[in-house]
Design a protein around this ligand. Structure first.
Ligand SMILES: Nc1nc2c(ncn2[C@@H]2O[C@H](COP(=O)(O)OP(=O)(O)O)[C@@H](O)[C@H]2O)c(=O)[nH]1
Ligand SMILES: [Mg+2]
Length: 218
């Protein structure tokens, strides 16, 4: 899917309601400075849709974009920035937890890691968290332009080991030269073609115990 139309919807310090909510969501996660905003801009062919910054740790908000008027791309606040105090970290954690618990429309997470570096403890924690929550994700190795084509596969090995993925499941990406854009566009098609997850009804045990039927219309 080529992104032909993209607009900024809102920034939130706390996940909640926003105009147009209800469409499928794809979230972009990763540490500060890994290239989340740059990826969004490149994908949308727009230089300044998402604010990029050379100084890490600026985005502490959840930014929502509407793409092709058909789904929301969620720019999650980056983690792992140096020089933040405990209170700030706790605030970030609460924000992320609230988001993942409350985003019924979330279909998939793009987990960004820098292709040049081994995943950090924070990256691994995010990975564990998504697996525990059963949220589908794809690892995207950013800044691929910074290393030679030949070195990329070798760089992926420690990333794959740390995040329990196979090399062919990782998308090498560059917001500079467009590496990986075709793959991400194809992935968007796959993600958005999936039918929306239907909330499960009560189990047989619950029915037998006379639990109230929960699938009334919302
Ligand atoms: N060479 C190169 N630089 C990148 C790439 N992606 C991001 N950057 C740079 O890395 C810095 C942080 O990018 P940004 O998108 O703001 O990261 P975010 O904090 O994850 O949103 C900026 O200076 C970007 O220009 C990339 O694919 N290649
Ligand atoms: Mg950003």
């Amino acid at each position: 899917m080529e992104i032909k139309q993209a607009e900024f919807v809102t920034s939130m310090a706390q996940y909640g309601n926003f105009a147009g909510k209800g469409l499928p969501q794809i979230a972009v996660a990763g540490k500060s400075n890994v290239g989340k905003s740059s990826l969004i801009n490149k994908l949308c062919n727009r230089n300044k849709l998402a604010k990029t910054s050379a100084t890490p740790g600026k985005t502490k908000l959840i930014n929502v974009f509407l793409l092709n008027r058909s789904f929301h791309l969620i720019d999650l606040p980056g983690y792992g920035f140096a020089r933040v105090d405990k209170a700030e970290k706790a605030r970030w954690g609460k924000m992320m937890q609230d988001y993942f618990e409350q985003s019924d429309e979330l279909r998939h997470v793009f987990c960004l890691v820098d292709i040049r570096h081994e995943p950090t403890e924070d990256d691994k924690q995010m990975n564990t968290f998504l697996r525990q929550m059963g949220i589908p994700f794809t690892v995207i190795a950013t800044k691929a332009d910074k290393i030679s084509r030949g070195a990329r596969q070798k760089q992926l090995a420690p990333i794959c080991r740390a995040l329990f993925v196979q090399p062919w499941e990782v998308i090498c990406w560059s917001s500079e030269d467009g590496t990986g854009r075709d793959q991400v566009q194809k992935l968007l098609d796959e993600i958005l073609a999936e039918p929306a997850e239907v909330e499960e009804g009560p189990s047989m045990e619950e029915l037998e115990e006379g639990a109230p039927i929960r699938w009334e219309e919302k």
